[in-house]
Design a protein around this ligand. Structure first.
Ligand SMILES: Cc1cc2nc3c(=O)[nH]c(=O)nc-3n(C[C@H](O)[C@H](O)[C@H](O)COP(=O)(O)OP(=O)(O)OC[C@H]3O[C@@H](n4cnc5c(N)ncnc54)[C@H](O)[C@@H]3O)c2cc1C
Length: 342
């Protein structure tokens, strides 16, 4: 079977690694960026408890990629810094996402600097995987989807000038988004924000003025938060199937897509000969994402009611509480309520 993986992000890289080992599959990757400009646009925060297993599946040791091991995360929920949540972290780290992607695809066949059209791929491949993330270039366009525009700097601070020594977030009113400061070790940090109300650029610029460091890189890209159940179809009905953020595998409350998109790639590997089973597996695995998305959407629209929507909130709390190790943080109802009141 000849397979094309289009898009070499976390999902595409995992697929390249796993499919390359299969004796009955010949896999070719395509990445629109040239190899020397290939990047992993993202804040690089994840949970090592889960990533360790996924990296191990690829013969890699996740510890080798960890840049900063988080202990606590302050989440400001007010305007003047007096109201905040102090989260105890249990495995949240920042890691070298690009290096892990590069190591996952080592020895596989990838054509960089190429964004081939579907008509170019269809005659040559039995299966085309759309792992293009937000772009979803090869699948039918979605109606009424929700995405959050983001901007991010990679900054280098002089020793002792770092604004924070651990993970920091500032939640925006009505949960339209948040500002993040994620340490990358040795004075480096990702400083960024995403905001549905589009105040992210101004907020980040003001922060950069207050805490001047050397801005090494500026990137911008939206993140899709519409969940898988609302990102159907996962296929074009011909040869193309979506994997990762292209089909909505992002946990909307956190804008977290690394683990879910890699999980999605893993589900594909397990079900690649039965796409109906793949669809079912994705819908089941990410079922709670629809509830989380509805919660975030109601907050953004100012339609959230603490009484009417309490069942959803409790459901999300129970889910996260039961999977603290997966989310890499201690989850408390009092914190959840503070965020919900934003
Ligand atoms: C600013 C920002 C910060 C984020 N921070 C975090 C975080 O800290 N932690 C977390 O868990 N999640 C984070 N996310 C979300 C996370 O990055 C994504 O959800 C996740 O990377 C999706 O993985 P993917 O492999 O599906 O797609 P992507 O990682 O987006 O990869 C898609 C790849 O496809 C390529 N591509 C696109 N179109 C084409 C084409 N036509 N042909 C060929 N190649 C193409 C792209 O160049 C890219 O390499 C962040 C998102 C943003 C925007």
């Amino acid at each position: 079977m000849k397979v094309a993986v289009v898009g070499i992000g976390v999902a595409g890289a995992y697929l390249m690694n796993q499919l390359s080992d299969m004796h009955d599959v010949r896999v070719t990757g395509f990445e629109r960026m040239p190899e020397d400009q290939h990047d992993a646009v993202c804040a690089w925060a994840t949970c090592e408890n889960v990533m360790a297993g996924l990296a191990k599946n690829c013969g890699l040791n996740f510890d080798d990629y960890v840049l900063h091991d988080g202990k606590r995360m302050r989440v400001d929920v007010g305007s003047d810094g007096s109201d905040y949540v102090d989260l105890k972290l249990k495995g949240m780290v920042s890691y070298d996402k690009l290096k892990l992607i590069q190591d996952m695809v080592k020895g596989t066949e990838i054509r960089f600097g190429r964004a081939p059209g579907k008509e170019e791929l269809e005659p040559d491949f039995d299966l085309i995987i759309d792992a293009t993330g937000f772009h979803r270039n090869y699948l039918p366009k979605l109606q009424n989807e929700l995405w959050i525009p983001c901007v991010q700097y990679k900054v280098k601070y002089e020793r002792g000038q770092e604004p924070f020594d651990d993970f920091y977030l500032k939640a925006f009113p009505s949960m339209t988004g948040y500002f993040w400061y994620f340490p990358l070790g040795n004075g480096y940090a990702h400083v960024g924000a995403g905001d549905f109300s589009k105040a992210h650029n101004q907020f980040v610029d003001e922060f950069m003025k207050r805490h001047p460091g050397t801005a090494l890189k500026k990137v911008g890209r939206p993140v899709r938060i519409t969940p898988p159940a609302s990102c159907e179809p996962f296929t074009d009905g011909r040869k193309t199937v979506g994997v990762g953020e292209s089909i909505g595998t992002v946990f909307a409350l956190l804008g977290e897509g690394i683990i879910p998109s890699t999980w999605c790639a893993d589900l594909f590997v397990r079900n690649m000969h039965d796409l109906a089973a793949y669809r079912q597996a994705v819908l089941k695995k990410f079922e709670i994402y629809s509830t989380v998305f509805r919660f975030v959407q109601l907050k953004i629209q100012g339609r959230f009611s603490m009484i009417k929507n309490a069942p959803d909130m409790i459901k999300i709390y129970n889910h996260m509480k039961g999977e603290e190790d997966r989310y890499g943080m201690a989850v408390r109802m009092a914190d959840m309520l503070k965020v919900a009141k934003l």
